[in-house]
Design a protein around this ligand. Structure first.
Ligand code: NAD
Ligand code: UDP
Length: 316
């Protein structure tokens, strides 16, 4: 069925893959992006498509759309710590004023709205793996707080609009996701390590590399987002989306060195403030509610991502 769907942050890493998927399904897509970390290159194959429209716009400013919209995916927010800390006040604004603008738009159109929330909601978690009922261990004043607390407030706003205005909401807590179309200078661990390895430069491991993350390949994550949007109205989330296969950052660096055949060593640098020590999603709820599980292993996902960066970041 052809639906009219708004994707904010649609020129970014996840957003551009989501736009591709929705267009392939026959939907009409309006992509809204301020191009802060996103790029027209990510959507260049879509720009001429008759069912695709790009609007350069910052969600911090009110947005008016004349055509009737049925669904909104709200992904607009820088996701790399380097990018969200570049202008932390703007990051808070995107997650508060920007989110209010998008919720207001959803209310006006009677549209369903999905929020790209994050595992950062849990901060540096004291329980492992993280379940949705866990309320988190987040600093309100540290350098990550603009993102963590911003995203927490965004969840609050989603649930308040749901209770107060009867809005249909879906809140996805996304864990570390990687894949093609990450920017080489994105600053997150995957692009940093792969770019360094491909250039035979030493791999910058922050801290001693014993901190863990669980990496989900982009196609798996996009599939989960679409499934979540298509759930019945009573499914609001929050729901963890990610791949529970956990590894240390040191293991990741070593794996990338082997897979790229790099002539590189590990270079240990200072651990950033408030860097979470362990992170792994409990995805029981997603398995049950969405009939979904990630399919792409870290080895396969890395192979594809390395090939993409080797190919000069050409579109895939
Ligand atoms: P990204 O930086 O590639 O994409 C974000 C996009 O939003 C970019 O195109 C950027 O230009 C745009 N944007 C930023 N601020 C905006 C604003 N104020 N108005 C309009 N557009 C704006 O990051 P991503 O990895 O694709 O992340 C997409 C969303 O998913 C983000 O909301 C992020 O918080 C969330 N998320 C991602 C991950 C992950 O591992 N990739 C994990 C958890 C949550
Ligand atoms: N990291 C690292 N070297 C880098 C970039 C990141 O060791 O060049 C570490 C970082 O300290 C964190 C993990 O890799 O422990 C994941 O960082 P990323 O910025 O990708 O995302 P996060 O999960 O912290 O938001």
């Amino acid at each position: 069925m052809n639906k009219k769907i708004l994707v904010t942050g649609g020129a970014g890493f996840l957003g551009s893959h989501l736009c591709d998927r929705l267009i392939a399904e026959g939907d009409t897509v309006i992509c809204v992006d301020n191009l802060f970390t996103g790029s027209k290159k990510n959507i260049e194959d879509l720009l001429e498509h008759p069912r695709f429209t790009f609007i350069e716009h910052d969600i911090i400013d009110p947005l008016f759309i004349d055509e009737h919209i049925e669904e909104i995916y709200n992904l607009a927010c820088p996701a790399s710590p380097v990018h969200y800390q570049y202008n932390p006040i703007r990051t808070v604004k995107a997650n508060t004023i920007g989110v209010i603008n998008m919720l207001g738009l959803a209310k006006k159109h009677g549209a369903k709205i999905l929020q790209a929330s994050t595992s950062e909601i849990y901060g540096d978690p004291e329980i492992h793996p993280q379940v949705e009922a866990y309320r988190g261990n987040v600093s309100t004043i540290g350098p990550r707080a603009c993102y963590d607390e911003g995203k927490r407030c965004a969840e609050t706003l989603f649930f308040d609009y749901h209770r107060q205005h009867g809005l249909q909401i879906k809140v996805a807590r996304i864990f570390n996701t990687y894949g093609t179309r990450m920017q080489p200078d994105d600053g997150r661990v995957m692009s940093n390590f792969i770019m360094q390895a491909l250039a035979d430069q030493d791999i910058t491991v922050y801290g001693n590399g014993s901190q863990t993350r669980s990496f989900c390949y982009v196609s798996d994550l996009i599939d989960a987002l679409v499934r979540l949007m298509n759930t019945p109205a009573e499914v609001t989330g929050p729901i963890n989306l990610g791949n529970p296969a956990e590894c240390t950052i040191r293991e990741l660096a070593e794996k990338i060195i082997i897979m790229t055949n790099a002539n590189a060593s590990l270079k240990f640098e200072a651990l950033p403030t408030d860097d979470p020590t362990r992170r792994r999603p409990d995805i029981s709820l997603a398995i049950k509610t969405l009939d979904w599980q990630p399919k792409i292993s870290l080895s396969v996902g890395l192979e594809r991502t390395i090939a993409y960066f080797k190919n000069g970041g050409l579109q895939e």
